[in-house]
Design a protein around this ligand. Sequence first.
Ligand code: RM4
Ligand code: MN
Ligand code: MN
Length: 396
Amino acid sequence: MDSPQTDRVFRALESFRIELPSWGFANTGTRFGKFIQPAAATTLEEKFSDAGQVHLLTGICPSMALHVLWDCPEGVKNAGEIKAYARRYNIQPGSINPNLFQDQEYKYGSFGNPNKEIRERAVRHVQDSIAIGMCLNSRNVSLWFADGSNYPGTAHIRRRKRWFEDNLKTAHADLGPEQQLLIEYKPFEPAFYHTDIADWGMALHLARAAGPKAKVLVDTGHHYASQNIEQIVAWLLAEDMLGGFHFNDRRYADDDLTLGSIDPYQVFRIFREISFFEWETGQTPDIAYMIDQSHNLKGKIEAMIQTVNVAQQLYAKAVLVNNEALAAAQQSCDLVKSESLLQDAFATDVRPVIREWRNSKGLPEDPLDAFRQSGYLARISAERAGRNCESLTSYV
Ligand code: RM4
Ligand code: MN
Ligand code: MN
């Protein structure tokens, strides 16, 4: 790598930050059962502590997303405690995720429920989540809806669309000046016939209907197999409607595997569209990079550090594409040249420069190894094993 390239990577590393999910540190499983890990976080404080370790070692994860029902069950009343943890563990509260899928009331939907009282309750929960975000100075309220139906003919699709528009508008009106709504889409699961916000077009429509402070959130696991996600990203960038990402990898469905474990080139292509946009427009789009993973088998903190490392590497590779040459090659329809420019950047080993950057920041050169040497895992395993043993694992 020549020195202008090294400079480009250094600049990119200075700005790249990625948010950790609180739920990635807790026990999770499949729909057939939970797998218990002795070191899993059992309290919100432990989630902050674990996220703090990831940030301490990587230096690029200053915030942690919170899921309201799991992390702030008493709503704004939990804000004081959260702020104290944030200070103690040097992790800011990140995006606030209302939970509109766990309560029994939501069996037939939340914003799309035929029952008006349940729809209103769901809107109130989003408003409470906005209030929590305001209290915590957290900017993003991320909305994911499990709403949908399992059988043809059982849901009035157009009416539900209108309820979503109206309810999102109502929620949007509560946003503070710095806040924004991020609207996530997902083609299926838990509903298997129709999902109310099934794809980016529906999310874009609803974000526009909600108001000027709503954008689309792209969860990389929420697409049909082989869908061209970077094209969606490019379109959302062009429309100034790309709010953020939930990163994870997948082989089949919403697998929530660690980023880049299955298809790192996909993630590279996404970052490449963003970096190309920045080069061409001179703008830096305001994108919330977030991880949404559930580590059922891997050690949770290790899986998170691994993910952050991979995200950082792929981001760095993406800025290595020679955009001047690419624009010219595209214009002259030089297909092999254009594609090779991407392949060359993707094949570049950016790890030495990343190590150099970490050195310059006083960070460990190898965060995963530093974590293994730190003794943190042994300590928390001993502390938490008892509580984790008692946790519920059964599917039925
Ligand atoms: C969903 C979606 C949401 C996440 C929940 C737990 O599939 O990805 O973002 O909050 O899972
Ligand atoms: Mn998600
Ligand atoms: Mn998901």
